[in-house]
Design a protein around this ligand. Structure first.
Ligand code: ADP
Length: 236
């Protein structure tokens, strides 16, 4: 099945260093579109760092250095995401990210989801309202929040907050979604809701999921990579 899918992300000979100390060593892999690729492995081995190479988030930190090439096929052609002409804000709209601990902004549920659209300069209020509702529906959250959109998002449960963060990423229609241990801070039931949601999102996104739950990875990932000793090895 995987072999028939088009490649979405192509990582070639990727090296990554913090202050000249290598964390990723000569990693090459191809990630097919509309799949979930899991990255597992002991902690401190570079899984979060690997995710940050895909949206250039590490560039906000002092000291790191990168070597190699990462291409993503946003249109019909592959685009080198480290090309100097490539705009990092555009990249981060296309490559969304969800973190381990949900991080709602200190504002209403509605404004949390509308925020990225406003940041992008979207002025059409009707369109913003439509996109907010659509993102909340796609994140399996709409029914639970539709009557309290103006309430503070921080009053939601942990699982709801994480779905809110997924909705905030989805409102920009990203093609790639990076998920860094998205269920680690949640109870099992809330975690399962997120798993079902990610399976549904395969229709629209290519996902890379860092997880240390092997049972979760087996349930929802199409392929599994293990990162250890600076190397990435395919497990299945
Ligand atoms: P994982 O996600 O597998 O737990 P990380 O990507 O967070 O691993 O970290 C990989 C290694 O890089 C660790 O040894 C960590 O201490 C180191 N590291 C992470 N962030 C920084 C940083 N900003 N500066 C220096 N070293 C870092």
């Amino acid at each position: 099945m995987l072999m028939n899918k088009k490649i979405k992300i192509n990582v070639q000979n990727l090296w990554f260093y913090y202050n000249d100390h290598p964390v990723l060593e000569d990693i090459s892999l191809e990630i097919p579109q509309n799949t979930i690729t899991a990255v597992t492995g002991p902690s401190g081995q570079g899984k979060s760092t690997f995710l940050m190479t895909l949206n250039r988030l590490w560039e906000n930190i002092e000291g790191p250095r990168i070597k190699g090439r990462i291409e993503i096929r946003f249109t019909s052609n592959f685009q080198n995401i480290y090309d100097k002409r490539y705009n990092v804000s555009d990249l981060r709209r296309q490559v969304g990210m969800v973190f381990q601990v949900p991080n709602p902004l200190p504002m209403s549920i509605y404004n949390n989801i509308a925020f990225p659209l406003k940041l992008k300069g979207e002025k059409n209020k009707k369109l913003v309202t439509f996109r907010v509702e659509d993102a909340l529906k796609r994140s399996f959250l709409w029914d639970e929040v539709k009557d309290r959109l103006n309430k503070d998002a921080r009053a939601l449960s942990g699982g709801q907050q994480q779905r809110l963060c997924i909705a905030r990423a989805l409102v920009l229609n990203p093609q790639v979604l990076l998920l860094d241990e998205p269920t680690s801070s949640l109870d099992d039931t809330s975690g399962r809701v997120i798993e079902d949601l990610l399976l549904e999102l395969k229709k629209e996104c290519t996902m890379i999921l860092v997880s240390h739950y092997l049972d979760q990875v087996k349930r929802i990932a199409d392929s599994g990579m293990v990162l250890s000793n600076r190397q990435m090895k395919q497990q299945w």
